[in-house]
Write a protein that binds this ligand. Structure first.
Ligand code: ZN
Length: 124
């Protein structure tokens, strides 16, 4: 029979063969360390998605204002769940912003569209 070692501290494990940690302490420290190791990757994912979103919005919004089919942006990798802040206009529309580029989802004749705007000083 092969001796199993604790994933956290490396000590030999005794008792039940399905155990992977000595105790609850080793288990929580292992998961804690793992979450720290994984968080930079999560940060990079968010960062990369924001950069891509900004690039796409910038490409389609050269004039400062534009309307574009949502599917066109999604096709290019745009993900509306990633934004940096938002701005509500006097009509109550909430524009989501990726840095200086804003977007608002609108449905026109059953087609989902994004109204694209650029951040202005009066919005802050
Ligand atoms: Zn241990």
């Amino acid at each position: 029979m092969e001796t199993k070692k604790c994933l956290a501290c490396g000590n030999n494990l005794q008792g039940r063969s399905d155990k992977v940690f000595c105790d609850a302490h080793c288990k929580s420290s292992y998961h804690y360390r793992k979450s720290i190791q994984e968080s930079p990757r999560f940060y990079n994912q968010v960062d990369n998605q924001l950069k891509l979103n900004r690039k796409i919005l910038k490409n389609f919004n050269k004039a400062g204002k534009a309307t574009i089919r949502a599917s066109k942006l999604i096709e290019l990798g745009f993900n509306p769940k990633f934004f940096t802040h938002y701005w509500k206009n006097s009509k109550g529309d909430v524009y989501l912003f990726v840095y200086e580029y804003g977007f608002l989802k609108k449905r026109e004749h059953d087609i989902e569209k994004y109204i694209l705007i650029q951040w202005q000083n009066y919005m802050s």
